[in-house]
Design a protein around this ligand. Sequence first.
Ligand SMILES: C[S@@+](CC[C@H](N)C(=O)[O-])C[C@H]1O[C@@H](n2cnc3c(N)ncnc32)[C@H](O)[C@@H]1O
Length: 263
Amino acid sequence: MSRERAVAPRSVAKGRIARVLESPWRATWALIERVLYQGHLYTWLVPYGVRVLTPWNHPADRTAFGHAYRVAREGGPMLVSGDRCFMLHQFALRAATLPGDMAECGVFTGGTAHLIAETLGAAGTGATLHLFDSFAGMPTWAEPSRDAFAPGDFADTSAAMVRARLRPYRGVRFHVGFVPDTFAELDGNARFSFVHADMDLYPSTRAICEWFWPRMVPGGVIVFDDYGFWPLRHAAKAAIDDFFAEQATVPIVLPTGQAVALK
Ligand SMILES: C[S@@+](CC[C@H](N)C(=O)[O-])C[C@H]1O[C@@H](n2cnc3c(N)ncnc32)[C@H](O)[C@@H]1O
């Protein structure tokens, strides 16, 4: 008790100092919110003026995510932001407890494929991870005015390079070529617990929805990248909205820019 009484005045003083120091920050955030954020549907994503859990910013993070994220980033290029990788890891881990295969559509140089493969390896699941990409860039039907990308964008990769990156992982199958043609390489009776859809374009995203959604196991999840990104509002977002308007499921939209459809 006496010790508590002795430190109490100092704690009170520290609290007052913290409040005084905090107040300019709060005023700044309030101003930023008023000027840049209020009244806008699409805004730059920044923190909220209070500290929140962001393990992707902590290089020594010793959690399962910290390890998988470090391995994937050290293995080659990583295009996708840390907050989205964190959500991907959460959903892949959850799906690893379900029956069924897994897939990524939109691999490019293999950043998120590496994260998923490492996550599944650590979880000890025997699921096959199917990877779909042309590995030669966006298809001829990419329309810059709708999709924000042109044919041939993302050509700076190769299947050989990504195969080498993912060589340590078992159960990874490559489907090189254009979706939806390459879906014919899958067993039509296959079932899936997890799909990462990251092909950006309207036709590619729509084809992913149509092929995978009926084949998801109960509890399975499709994580869509690009849903909330303003340049892709007529591309990935429109394809997802159009497809799920005719389904009994409403995708959950995340503030990371992703959307998630749970079967
Ligand atoms: C944004 S990148 C994927 C990024 C990747 N997830 C990463 O971690 O780097 C989109 C990829 O989808 C591919 N793509 C888009 N539509 C496709 C289609 N219909 N068939 C095959 N590949 C396609 C592009 O060539 C590109 O490599």
